[in-house]
Design a protein around this ligand. Structure first.
Ligand code: PLP
Length: 473
């Protein structure tokens, strides 16, 4: 039930954005019925974007916005990159579409080669889809089919973590542990076990080392596998750095190594979801490179197309691929736009740009500068509890009380108000409510383009400060 308040302005296309992405607005600012587009938030119509250039977007009134979150950690190269635009044009002219039931294509082959050349461990095959949720769906189905192919049909359980997001299609939504996104669809979601996230800021005991904490929460995986039946689990799914749901939370040292050991011990596949944190975002082309852990299946999207085309991919090991190819010879899956040539050609240009322009080390360098600038400006702010993240993937968690780490009451809509204030100040960032448990807690996620300059880091921090001053009066 949406709460209609007297704050409604009554103005059509009032460009206030007091809502958190994907969440019903707490307050109604405007109701518009002039568009036929089904918007994300029916009661808070969006501004109209007309142009993008570098790190900036422009609306139809000419207002400039710094894209401090790359939308949702998508626009890693910024907007209007001429090389990428040219790649789109060239491919559209030569071959726009050929169904993968009949054909492969040069861009798909070249992109798969390039990704595998740089991919960790035994990842050897790439299945191209159109976005992150599709990549996760494909991963879940491939994992299940793999066990059928190798004669372990009793394996049927998936384990994931609370406070995670893996997409909005039903399988991916069921896998995610994001309470408010799941709530209304709960009766139609498949059964997935959720163990604790690795969330040091809130969960580590006062007398516990980081390492011991990581081992303790990783142990929940083994406990859950044993509870479900030691040979009944298909896969464990996790984001190496938790994105939208918690705000750039990496695991502590040793956590993912222990997770890998447990998966190996019980023959469980490790699916890493790098849809948000992958493709250079955390200062490594693949986020799991920072953990020294290699998955059996890896999901990427967002930065893979950098916003120029919708594309995602699922990478799997040769062991999994061989089980299918030497078994039934057919992965029982597919979508019309698999391996879309224009999307693949675009992504090929994007990945070449990330690698060829030295953007991965640049992300590390600019990420450190961003982190320092945010810490210097907000490190002592009475309502900033934690500043965290890796590379150009940074989160700020807001609290009512720094000492006790007490979050704000959800009714205060801190994330929603922050988004609105930042947007008005000309900054696109990605605030979210429910950081702690899907209900309590607020954070803002920053994921600017990899081309952000030192001066623009200052601009982001200044605009964040304007939003802070507005929200925390
Ligand atoms: N997985 C993660 C970690 C994500 O952050 C997202 C989107 O935010 C998804 C999956 C779903 O991706 P998409 O929105 O492209 O379907």
């Amino acid at each position: 039930m949406i709460n209609r308040t007297s704050e409604a302005s009554g103005l059509c296309f009032d460009q206030q954005v007091g809502v958190v992405d994907g969440e019903p607005p707490n307050k109604v600012y405007a109701v518009c019925s002039m568009s036929h587009v089904f918007p994300r938030h029916n009661l808070a119509p969006p501004a109209k974007a007309v142009r993008g250039d570098g790190c900036y977007l422009y609306d139809d009134a000419g207002k400039q916005y710094f894209d401090g979150s790359g939308g949702a950690a998508v626009s890693c190269l910024g907007h209007g990159d001429p090389e990428i635009v040219q790649a789109i044009k060239d491919q559209a002219e030569s071959l726009a579409y050929a169904h993968t039931g009949f054909f492969t294509s040069d861009p798909a082959e070249a992109l798969a080669d390039l990704l595998i050349q740089h991919a960790p461990g035994d990842l050897d095959r790439v299945y191209f889809v159109s976005g992150g949720s599709e990549a996760v769906e494909a991963a879940l189905k491939l994992a299940r089919q793999y066990f059928l192919e190798i004669g372990e049909p009793q394996r049927r359980h998936v384990i994931a973590r609370r406070q995670s997001y893996h997409g909005n299609t039903l399988g991916a939504l069921a896998t995610g542990g994001n309470a408010w996104r799941r709530a209304q669809f709960e009766p139609i979601l498949m059964d997935v076990s959720h163990i604790a996230p690795c969330y040091e800021y809130v969960d580590r005991g006062v007398d516990e080392t980081s390492f011991a904490y990581g081992q303790r929460v990783a142990q929940e995986l083994e406990d859950e596998i044993l509870r479900l039946g030691r040979d009944s689990v298909i896969a464990f799914v996790a984001e190496p750095v938790v994105g939208a749901t918690m705000g750039a939370v990496p695991a502590v040292e040793g956590y993912f190594q222990r997770i890998r050991e447990i998966c190996d011990q019980y023959g469980v596949l490790l699916i890493l979801d790098e849809v948000m944190c992958g493709m250079g975002r955390v200062g490594h082309l693949f986020a799991c490179d920072a953990e020294n852990v290699t998955p059996d299946i890896l999901c990427i999207a967002k930065g893979l197309g950098a916003g120029y085309q919708p594309i995602g991919a699922m990478l799997c090991t040769d062991r999994i691929y061989d089980a299918i190819s030497k078994g039934s010879g057919f992965f029982q899956h597919g979508h019309t736009y698999l391996g879309h040539p224009v999307a693949c050609a675009t992504s090929l240009a994007v990945v070449r740009a990330i690698l060829g322009r030295g953007l991965v080390p640049k992300v590390q360098e600019q990420g450190e500068k961003l982190s320092k600038a945010v810490s210097e400006r907000f490190g002592q702010h009475p309502h900033v509890g934690d500043i965290r993240g890796r590379g150009l993937f940074r989160g700020i968690e807001f609290v009512a009380d720094r000492e006790t780490k007490t979050p704000f009451e959800p009714a205060q809509n801190v994330a929603g108000r922050f988004k609105k204030a930042a947007f008005e100040a000309g900054l696109i960032c990605y605030p979210m409510r429910g950081t702690r448990d899907g209900n309590l807690g607020d954070h803002v996620l920053l994921a600017p383009p990899f081309i952000i300059s030192d001066e623009q880091i200052g601009e982001v921090v200044d605009k964040l400060a304007v939003a802070c001053d507005h929200v925390f009066v």
